[in-house]
Design a protein around this ligand. Structure first.
Ligand SMILES: NC(=O)C1=CN([C@@H]2O[C@H](COP(=O)(O)OP(=O)(O)OC[C@H]3O[C@@H](n4cnc5c(N)ncnc54)[C@H](OP(=O)(O)O)[C@@H]3O)[C@@H](O)[C@H]2O)C=CC1
Ligand SMILES: O=C1O[C@H](COP(=O)(O)O)[C@@H](O)[C@H](O)[C@H]1O
Length: 485
């Protein structure tokens, strides 16, 4: 079992402090934790990036983004002032070793304190940052490092990053973050499966017809075109978030709820994924790219007109995969995964479609369905068949609803990053990806990307505001299934 290393008092250094992630997600999450008195009282936050900014200018930038990203009712000037006193900024080029000497001098006595390094930068910088921190004597046993996804862009690059990080930090100091694991409903999926006796007997191929995991966004690539055009939906979303969701649906019950036990079970699922390579790639995957269309009544441009995107780009903004898990529990059960940008509605959900009853007594019966909704609202509902009132046995589906926001309405819903940042500070890596998980995920994804190149086909266009390319529907129709709406 991993020992959680207590590193208080500790500071947090955010590489990429001027970036989209730091300003939109990390600082608002830290603000909320500060407001709820969850942060160590003397914890300082040092944002790092190349942009030459003074600490005050950075605090002004941070305040603007926190005001925009924290619900109005939770933001007040007094709390902000106290939070802002924790924040400092240091301009440096993270790829230059000389800048780490300057950083050590800037930290001064704070060098004696524990530190969390949050790498909110492109993965291309991870190896340099780890090596330079070590050379500058800034990577002792009282430090932790948080790596944002995607870890690399292929198995080879992920191995190189993991090795470089492993040369400097013990695995127990490394936190590979996947913010989907911090979402309440995702953790509720584990509670549902492993704290209720009801589901386990039917949670298997004998009773489950198929599983759908969909993460549909209405957003385009916003101001992240430069990064996204090199990544695409497969590396940006499916390799990490969707495969993590699949693991939580499919894994065996861990013997304990701790980092090693949970991650041991997840990695078994990733290793049991049936390889998709060669010709199978054509039959079992669909890639798409959004064309011009309308979202919420507004005209939006095609992907290749987005800022910092190549005008001839063949990057996919949509991907759908028919996956299978080669183990006793799941043999023969299709797992359909789908994610895309600029789709008809923001909706992230997991659908567990049960098989029909073995012998039909009534005319109009439908098989049961469990719907786990992550976004926009969090809910879990089980569709059952019930008799419609009146004469005759006429059946209709009814929902047994667990509205989580309503059930726990007295409690503030935490953003995923709040929960995960606190876990890092407290040294709990249960909801973070272990090195072998990341590598197993790339081992499965790489041949699919390889197949796309080998049997080259441009991504199928789909109008912005639709549910993806037609071929994504055929992928399920071939098996007698359809995407849940
Ligand atoms: N944005 C999001 O919602 C999410 C992002 N992620 C991941 O987080 C990471 C960062 O994403 P995002 O914030 O969107 O990216 P951005 O491009 O918005 O930010 C990159 C940051 O890195 C800094 N940076 C770049 N090069 C250097 C350098 N040589 N030295 C020091 N700082 C540098 C930039 O500042 P400057 O140019 O001033 O140096 C900037 O602060 C990516 O890996 C992404 O996949 C993960 C989940 C969600
Ligand atoms: O990691 C990422 O996630 C977001 C979607 O996150 P969500 O919590 O809003 O569902 C996605 O937009 C982004 O491209 C990706 O890098």
């Amino acid at each position: 079992m991993l020992e959680a290393v207590v590193i208080r008092p500790c500071d947090m250094l955010v590489f990429g402090g001027t970036g989209d992630l730091a300003l939109h997600k990390l600082l608002p999450a830290l603000y909320h934790l500060h407001r709820d008195r969850r942060l160590p009282a003397d914890m300082r936050i040092l944002a790092l990036a190349r942009k030459p900014l003074g600490a005050d200018a950075y605090r002004t930038l941070a305040e603007r983004h926190c005001r925009a990203n924290v619900p109005r009712a939770n933001f007040d000037a007094t709390t902000w002032q106290a939070f802002a006193e924790r924040i400092d900024y240091f301009a440096m080029d993270a790829s230059q070793s000389a800048d780490y000497g300057r950083l050590a001098r800037h930290l001064g006595n704070a060098c004696q304190r524990g530190r969390v390094y949050y790498l909110a930068t492109a993965p291309g910088l991870f190896e340099d940052i780890a090596a330079h921190l070590a050379n500058a004597g800034l990577a002792g046993s009282d430090t932790r490092i948080v790596l944002e996804k995607p870890i690399g862009h292929s198995l080879e690059s992920a191995l190189a990053i993991n090795q470089a990080i492993g040369r400097v930090f013990q695995e127990s100091q490394v936190f590979r973050i996947d913010h989907y694991l911090g979402k309440e409903t995702v953790q509720n999926l584990m509670a549902l499966r492993f704290a209720n006796a009801l589901f386990e007997p039917v949670w298997r191929s004998g009773h489950i017809d198929h599983v759908q995991i969909s993460v549909c966004e209405t957003l385009g690539v916003e101001n992240r075109g430069g990064y996204y055009d090199k990544a695409g939906a497969m590396r940006d979303m499916l390799q990490n978030h969707l495969l993590q969701l699949l693991c939580l649906v499919a894994m065996e019950a861990p013997v304990r709820f701790d980092a090693e036990a949970v991650r041991n079970e997840k990695v078994k699922i990733l290793e049991a994924l049936k390889p998709i390579a060669g010709f199978d790639v054509k039959d079992r995957t669909v890639r798409g790219q959004y064309a011009a269309g309308k979202i919420g009544g507004q005209e939006v441009p095609a992907y290749y007109f987005e800022k910092n995107v190549d005008s001839d780009s063949d990057t996919e903004t949509f991907v759908a995969v028919h996956a299978e898990i080669d183990n006793w529990r799941w043999a023969g059960v299709p797992f359909y995964l789908r994610t895309g940008k600029r789709m008809a509605r923001k909706s992230s959900e997991i659908v567990i479609q049960f098989k029909p009853v073995p012998h039909r007594l009534f005319q109009d019966g439908q098989a049961n369905r469990l719907l786990i909704r992550l976004q926009p609202e969090e809910s879990i509902s089980l569709q059952l068949m019930a008799k419609s009132p009146g004469k005759g046995m006429y059946l209709a589906p009814v929902e047994l609803d667990l509205n989580l926001a309503h059930a726990f309405r007295q409690k503030r819903r935490w953003d995923a990053y709040e929960r995960l940042l606190l876990d890092v500070i407290e040294g709990d890596s249960t909801l973070f990806m272990r090195r072998d998980e990341v590598e197993a995920a790339w081992r499965w994804v790489d041949p699919i990307i390889g197949g796309w190149h080998a049997y080259y086909q441009r991504p199928r266009p789909y109008p912005a505001g639709s549910w993806g390319p037609e071929q994504a529907h055929s992928l399920l129709e071939q098996q007698g299934h359809a995407w849940h709406r």
